[in-house]
Design a binder for this molecule. Structure first.
Ligand code: C2E
Ligand code: CA
Ligand code: CA
Length: 561
C-alpha cells in the first residue's frame, strides 16, 4: 500500500488568498516544507485559481479585507459552486472582530485564526480540516467492492492517481484480468456460483501477483492490479490456476501495461491493459498479452480516424462498392452487397476492417450507415432511370443502428423518397448483434419486414446465437459465413455446410454463401442446392461504374426492375 516501502505520501496543495505581499511570504515560508503553496493577491484571483487548479487544492487560507473581491465575496461565490463547496477555508481575521468572524462562518468558512497567527495552532487546524474533508470524501467513494474485497473501481482510480502524483518516478505495471465468456458462465451456472468464482479468483490473484501494491474490481469480471515493475518474466504465475471444481476448466485473459506513464489518467492506464486483452480475446492458447508499441500505434490510428471521420463524411470520402451475388438457379447476378470504402486524400484507401468496429464503439456507424443507405438508393434510382439492369442491393445494418427508435420508418421514408420498390433494398444483420437488446431489434426487424424489406442474417455459423435468432427473427435469407466454405474445402468435408443449407431450406430461407473463390467450391455448392454465391470467384466489390458495367455484361433479359 501507499505509505510503505519508500512510497511517499503526496504533498497537499494550499491556496493563500491575501493582498499583503509580506504576509503571503511569511505564510509561504511557514508552510513550504509541508505543503505546495499557491498564492493569489485578491479574491478574484483566488477564485480563478480555484477554477484552474481546484481539484488539487486541499485548503484555502483567506484574508478578509482585499481589493477587487474581498473575503466575503470570495466565500459567497465559492459556496455557490458545487465543485468547490467542499474545499475547506480558514479565515485570517484581525483580532477581536466578532462580527467578521460570525459572517465568515455563515458564509461557509470552516474556521478562523486571528492575526498575528501562532504557527503551530494554524498548522494543526489545517491538518485536521484536510483530514476531515478527505476522509469524508473517501467514505462517499465506497472504497471496497463488497463481492471480491478488492477496491471499488472509483477508489482504485483514486489510489492510482494519488500514488502516481506523489511518486512520478515510481516504476510500476498494471495488470488486468478478464474472464473469458463470463456471461455464458453466468447464464449456465447462476450468479451465486459465479460470485464465488470471482471472489476466489480475486483472492488467488492478490496472493500470486509479485510486488502487489493494490487491486480493484473495475468491471463485472475485470480486475486491475498495480504491481511494482520487475525486469524478469513473472507472468507464468498468472497461468497456474485454471481449474475450478464447479466449472471445470475456465480461461482468464490477462493484459499487462508495463512502466505505467504517470501522466495518463487512471482510466487511460486501465484502458491500455484492457486493450491488450482485447487483442487476445477468443484466441485459443494465448492468455497473456502486453500492451506494446503496435497497440499504441493502433490507438493513435484510431484517434486519427476519429478526428477526421466527420469531415470525411461531409466531404464524401466514404464510397460505396458493390459486390455482386450470383444466382445459381438463374445463372446470372441476382443481388449485390453494398460495402463501404473510405478513400481519404491523406490516408489513402482505408478498409472497413479498420474503422467499422471503431465506429460501432463510438456510435458514428449510424451516421455512416444512413449515408450509405441513401447512396445505395440514389444509385438504384439512377440505374432505373437510365433503363440499366438492376438487382436488389443488401445494406449492412449494425447493432448500434437499432438504437435509433424510428429506424424502420426512416428506412421506408428513404426508399420512398427515391421511389424504390422495398424489395430492392435488403437488410443485412450481423450475428453478433442479437445479444444486446433482442426485443428492440426484433421489433424493428418486424417493422422492416412488414414494410417489404427482405431481411438477411449475415455471417451465419460464425457465432453462438444463430439458432435462437433463426427462430425469433423474421428472416428471408441466411448468409453463410465464409469460414464455413473455407473449412469445408480445406478438409473436403462439406457436412456442416450441407447441414446449414438443409436448415435454411427447412425454415424456407434462401441461402447465400460468401467468400467463394474457386470453381470447385462453386461446383460443390451447386450440388448442395445453395441459392446464391458471393465471392471473388465471380467478382470483388466494385465501384459503382464498374459494377454497372458488370451487370450490363452479365444480366440477361429477364432481370427484374
Ligand atoms: P461482411 O458483411 O461479412 O462483408 C463481407 C466481406 O468479405 C467484405 O469485406 C468483402 O469484401 C469480403 N469478401 C467478399 N468475397 C470475398 C472472397 O471471396 N474472399 C475473401 N477473402 N473476402 C471476400 P469488407 O468489404 O472488408 O467488409 C468487412 C466488414 O465490414 C463487412 O463484413 C461488414 O461487417 C462491415 N461493413 C462493410 N461495409 C459496411 C457498411 O456500410 N456498414 C456497416 N455497418 N458495416 C459494413
Ligand atoms: Ca454483410
Ligand atoms: Ca458476412
Amino acid at each position: 500500500m501507499a505509505g510503505e516501502g519508500g512510497v511517499r505520501q503526496r504533498k497537499r496543495t494550499v491556496l493563500i488568498v491575501e493582498d499583503n505581499e509580506m504576509n503571503r511570504e511569511i505564510l509561504r515560508e511557514l508552510l513550504a516544507d509541508e505543503y505546495d503553496v499557491l498564492e493569489a493577491e485578491n479574491g478574484l484571483a483566488g477564485l480563478e485559481k480555484l477554477v484552474s487548479r481546484g481539484e488539487e487544492i486541499a485548503l484555502v487560507l483567506l484574508d478578509v479585507y482585499m481589493p477587487v473581491y474581498n473575503g466575503f465575496e470570495f466565500l459567497a461565490r465559492k459556496q455557490s459552486d458545487p465543485r468547490f463547496d467542499a474545499v475547506p477555508v480558514i479565515m485570517m481575521t484581525a483580532s477581536g472582530n466578532v462580527d467578521d468572524e460570525i459572517r465568515c462562518l455563515e458564509l461557509g468558512a470552516s474556521d478562523f485564526i486571528t492575526k498575528p497567527y501562532n504557527a503551530e495552532v494554524m498548522k494543526n487546524r489545517m491538518r485536521s480540516l484536510i483530514r476531515l474533508r478527505e476522509s469524508s470524501a473517501m467514505l462517499g467513494r465506497l472504497e471496497s467492492d463488497a463481492l471480491t474485497g478488492l477496491n471499488s473501481k472509483e477508489y482504485f482510480y483514486h489510489l492510482l492517481t494519488d500514488l502516481l502524483r506523489a511518486n512520478p518516478s515510481l516504476r510500476c505495471d498494471l495488470v488486468c484480468s478478464d474472464v473469458e465468456n463470463f456471461r455464458a458462465m453466468n447464464d449456465r451456472y447462476g450468479t451465486a456460483q459465479c460470485d464465488r468464482f470471482l471472489r476466489g479468483l480475486a483472492n488467488s490473484l492478490s496472493e500470486r501477483l509479485p510486488g502487489l501494491l493494490f487491486g480493484g474490481r473495475i468491471g463485472a469480471d475485470v480486475f486491475a492490479f498495480l504491481i511494482e515493475h520487475r525486469e524478469d518474466d513473472w507472468t507464468d504465475v498468472l497461468l497456474r490456476e485454471n481449474e475450478d471444481p464447479a466449472f471445470g476448466r475456465f480461461v482468464v485473459k490477462y493484459g499487462v501495461y508495463e512502466n505505467v506513464d504517470p501522466a495518463l489518467s487512471a482510466a487511460a492506464i486501465c484502458d491500455r491493459a484492457t486493450l491488450a486483452i482485447a487483442k487476445i480475446k477468443q484466441s485459443f492458447g494465448t492468455n497473456v498479452a502486453r500492451y506494446d508499441d503496435a497497440m499504441r500505434q493502433a490507438q493513435l490510428r484510431e484517434h486519427q480516424l476519429e478526428q477526421t471521420m466527420e469531415a470525411a463524411l461531409a466531404g464524401r470520402e466514404f464510397v460505396v462498392y458493390y459486390q455482386p451475388k450470383h444466382d445459381l438457379h438463374a445463372g446470372q447476378p441476382g443481388g449485390a452487397e453494398a460495402l463501404v470504402r473510405w478513400i481519404s486524400p491523406e490516408m489513402g484507401f482505408v478498409n472497413p476492417g479498420q474503422f467499422i468496429s471503431l465506429f460501432e464503439r463510438n456510435g458514428f456507424i449510424t451516421n455512416l450507415d444512413f449515408y450509405i443507405w441513401e447512396e445505395v438508393c440514389a444509385e438504384l434510382r439512377r440505374c432505373l432511370d437510365a433503363g440499366a439492369p438492376v438487382v436488389p442491393v443488401s445494406v449492412n445494418v449494425s447493432r448500434r443502428d437499432f438504437e435509433v427508435p424510428d429506424l424502420a420508418e426512416r428506412v421506408a421514408a428513404l426508399a420512398d423518397r427515391y421511389r424504390l420498390d422495398h424489395s430492392l433494398l435488403h437488410i443485412e444483420l450481423t450475428e453478433s448483434m442479437y445479444s444486446d437488446n433482442p426485443g428492440q431489434i426484433a421489433r424493428t426487424l418486424e417493422a422492416l419486414h412488414a414494410n417489404g424489406f427482405p431481411v438477411e442474417l449475415d455471417d451465419f455459423g460464425s457465432g453462438y446465437s444463430s439458432l435462437t435468432s433463426l427462430n425469433t427473427l423474421p428472416l428471408d435469407v441466411m448468409k453463410i459465413d465464409m469460414s464455413l466454405i473455407r473449412q469445408a474445402s480445406a478438409t473436403s468435408d462439406y457436412s456442416i455446410l450441407r447441414f446449414a443449407v438443409l436448415l435454411a431450406d427447412g425454415m424456407r430461407l434462401k441461402t447465400v454463401v460468401e467468400g467463394v473463390e474457386t470453381e470447385e467450391q462453386v461446383a460443390a455448392l451447386k450440388v448442395l442446392g445453395c441459392d446464391y454465391i458471393q465471392g471473388y470467384y465471380y467478382s470483388k466489390p466494385l465501384p459503382a461504374a464498374e459494377y454497372e458495367a458488370y451487370l450490363a455484361a452479365h444480366c440477361g433479359q429477364e432481370v427484374r426492375a
